[in-house]
Write a protein that binds this ligand. Structure first.
Ligand SMILES: NC(=O)c1ccc[n+]([C@@H]2O[C@H](COP(=O)([O-])OP(=O)(O)OC[C@H]3O[C@@H](n4cnc5c(N)ncnc54)[C@H](O)[C@@H]3O)[C@@H](O)[C@H]2O)c1
Length: 362
C-alpha cells in the first residue's frame, strides 16, 4: 500500500492507495483511534458490489455498522436527501464521535461529506472512493456540497476527511465511460504539475485501460499527490487551487451547452485542448507540446473534436459562467506540459477564433 499525506496542520490526513485494501478498513480505522459504531453511506450498485466486504472488515474489528442507501444520480446531491440522512443518523443515535464512511463515487462523496460536515456541527468523515474520478479528485481536498436548483455544488463547506482509502481493485467493475472521466482528470494533473506523469501516461495507457494494478496504483498515487500539494497551498480556493480547473472553462461550457449530454471527462478533454490551442496562438506553447497533448488525449480514448454544438452556444455558456465569476473569464494556460499559469486576460474573440477554426488545426 502507498500513502500520500495531505498536510493541513491539525486537519492533516493520509490517502491510502493499493489493491484489495478495502478489507483492511476496519484495522485502519482502529489504528486511527475509532471504536464503537459507524455509518456507511453508499448507493445500491456500490453496496451490492462492495458493501459486504467493507462491513465484514469493520465488524471483524468489533464495530457496530449500519449502511444507509441513497439512490444513484447527481440529483441525490440535494438538501432533501441530506435531510433524510440526518433523520436516519438521528434514529441510529449517531453521536459527534461516530464516523461516517462515504463508499462510492463523487456523488456519494460530496453528499456524505456535506452531511458529515453539518450533522451535529461535524462528525468524522472517511472517504472510500470507488470511481477513478473520486479516487484522484473528489475525495481529496475537502470540498463537500449539495446542489440547490441551478446552484451546482454551491451549498457546501470545506470539510476535510480523517482518512481516504482508495482501493484500486474496485475500479475493475467500473463502466468504461466512468473510467474515461477519471482519465481526463489524470491527464489534467499531469499537465498542471508533473510532466513525468504525462510521459508515464503516454507509455502506459494500454495497461491503464486494461486496468493493470501496477499502472493504476501509479497514476492514482501521483495524481493524489499533486492534488494534495495544491490543496495544501490553497485549501480554501483563493488562488492557486484554481489551476485544478485547467480545461474546465471551455469544458464546463460544452457540458452546459450540450445540456449535460456530453460527459464531464469528454468536455474537459476538449477544454484542455482548447486552453492549449489558445496558449499556442498566444505564442506561449510550442506546437510540439500541443501535438503531444492531443496525442495523449486521443490515446486515452477521449475526444479531440468538438461535438455537434454551435460555437455560439459554447460562447454563450462561457459568457454565462463569466457573469457568475464576477465578469471574468478565467483560463489556465500552458507554457509547456507540467507548467501552467492562471489568467483573466484571454479575449472572447480569441476563444471564438480557436473554436471556429478547430477543424483546420492539427
Ligand atoms: N468535491 C470535489 O472536489 C469534486 C471534484 C470533482 C467532481 N466532484 C463531483 O463528483 C460527482 C461525479 O462523481 P463520479 O464521476 O464519481 O460519478 P458518480 O458518483 O455519479 O458515480 C458514477 C456511477 O458509477 C457507479 N460506481 C461507483 N463506483 C463503482 C464501481 N467501483 N464499480 C461499478 N460502478 C461503480 C455509481 O453507482 C454511479 O452509478 C459530481 O457530482 C461532481 O460534482 C466533486
Amino acid at each position: 500500500m502507498k500513502k500520500a499525506r495531505v498536510r493541513l496542520g491539525s486537519n492533516s490526513y493520509d490517502i491510502c492507495i493499493g489493491s484489495d485494501i478495502l478489507m483492511q478498513t476496519g484495522s485502519q480505522l482502529k489504528e486511527a483511534g475509532f471504536s464503537d459504531k459507524l455509518v456507511i453511506i453508499t448507493d445500491p450498485t456500490v453496496k451490492s458490489l462492495y458493501g459486504d466486504t467493507l462491513k465484514q472488515s469493520l465488524t471483524s474489528e468489533g464495530f457496530t455498522v449500519i449502511i444507509l442507501e441513497v439512490p444513484e444520480g447527481e440529483e441525490q446531491k440535494s438538501l432533501e436527501t441530506a435531510g433524510r440522512l440526518y433523520h436516519e443518523l438521528s434514529s441510529f443515535h449517531a453521536e459527534r464521535t461516530t464516523p461516517i464512511l462515504a463508499l462510492g463515487g463523487g456523488v456519494i462523496g460530496d453528499l456524505t461529506g456535506f452531511v458529515a460536515a453539518t450533522y451535529l456541527r461535524g462528525v468524522p468523515l472517511i472517504q472510500i472512493p470507488t470511481t477513478l474520478l473520486a479516487q484522484v479528485d473528489s475525495s481529496i481536498g475537502g470540498k463537500v456540497a449539495v446542489n440547490h436548483g441551478q446552484l451546482k455544488n454551491k451549498i457546501g463547506a470545506f470539510y476535510q476527511p480523517k482518512l481516504v482509502i482508495s482501493d484500486i481493485s474496485v475500479l475493475k467493475t467500473l463502466p468504461t465511460r466512468e473510467l474515461s472521466d477519471g482519465l481526463a482528470e489524470i491527464i489534467k494533473y499531469a499537465v498542471i504539475g508533473d510532466k513525468d506523469l504525462f510521459t508515464y501516461l503516454e507509455g502506459n495507457l494500454d495497461e491503464i485501460k486494461s486496468l493493470n494494478d501496477r499502472a493504476l496504483e501509479q497514476i492514482v498515487f501521483h495524481s493524489a499527490k499533486i492534488k494534495a500539494e495544491v490543496v495544501e497551498k490553497d485549501e480554501k480556493d483563493f488562488g492557486l487551487r484554481h489551476i485544478l480547473n485547467y480545461g474546465h472553462t471551455v469544458g464546463h461550457a460544452i457540458e452546459s451547452a450540450s445540456d449535460f449530454k456530453v460527459r464531464h471527462g469528454e468536455a474537459v478533454a476538449i477544454g484542455m485542448l482548447a486552453a492549449a490551442r489558445i496558449s499556442n496562438r498566444l505564442g506561449i506553447l510550442d506546437q510540439n507540446e500541443l501535438t503531444r497533448l492531443k496525442g495523449g488525449i486521443r490515446k486515452a480514448g477521449l475526444p479531440t473534436e468538438i461535438p455537434s454544438l454551435k460555437v455560439e452556444e459554447i460562447i454563450q455558456a462561457i459568457e454565462h459562467d463569466k457573469k457568475i465569476l464576477g465578469g471574468k473569464i478565467r483560463f489556465v494556460l500552458l507554457k509547456s506540459i507540467g507548467d501552467v499559469f492562471i489568467t483573466d486576460e484571454v479575449s472572447p474573440s480569441l476563444i471564438e477564433q480557436v473554436l471556429v477554426g478547430w477543424n483546420e488545426e492539427t
